[in-house]
Ligand binder design. Sequence first.
Ligand code: ZN
Length: 296
Amino acid sequence: MTHGPGQDAGGDANGHDEPDWPGLAHPRMRDELLDYLDGLSDLDYQQKVWVRREAHPGVKHDELDYAIHFLFDDTGLARAPQASIGAFLFDEAEARAVQDVTRALDAVLDQYGTALTDAAYLAKPEWQHVVDAAQSALQALKQPEIRIDGQPVIVPTNGTLRAILNDPRYLDRLVYTPGTRPPIAHLITFVLDHANRFSLGLHRVKHPAHLWMPVALMRPHGHWQRVHIEYPACATCGWRGPIANPTEPSLYFGVPEERQALARAWALPRTGCPDCGAALGRPAIWAGAAGKPGST
Ligand SMILES: [Zn+2]
């Protein structure tokens, strides 16, 4: 178990400090938030590091004040957690989970003031509410499950995606079979190469019950959008590269809000060829970098 600022709380040892959260604008902030939630959720850690100042792997020094500053000052999480959706939170549910933590902390600070020692705060009965809320938030944020078009979709970390490239087993299902591996491995590699913009969602279907359905996700206009990655050519200038097409009907098969979701997809603003600006033959809400044909 890892704790405290400066730790990789993503749960997947990357061996380097690449942010682990695909599709978010500020993934490092999420890692930081997870570190603080980790500390807030663990009474033993708090007694050991905050109170007794004992050494803890990867933590030079940590105290309650650091978490308070992060939640109340450095970020808008205490005031308006919804504003961080897309930046380092995935959705409303995560914003609410973090808000439960800041409210529990706020209640303690309101009641006892801001001048107590860490040991004194930990001894208050209300402190348990902070720990409980932090545990819930930590669980929710460690393995994000967001609702897209009325459907629960799990968003694995970059580290998990890399592991899936070698082993299709993830939780209770397989991400691919030997037969489906080439296109799905290609999609995973694409998402990892464009992790600042894209993430991979996995959702369950009734049949087959042993497989995950993977789908590329992006967040172009304030909501998570499922997209089909295609490689069309520009008929005007010959550019060829990846595009994100939200209107591919198969993206929405079995989705609770299938018709509405497809209608929303068709209404999204389109982008043209990144080199010459001409309309592309396929509906695209994103097109790969100009001058880098075929780059994935
Ligand atoms: Zn063109």
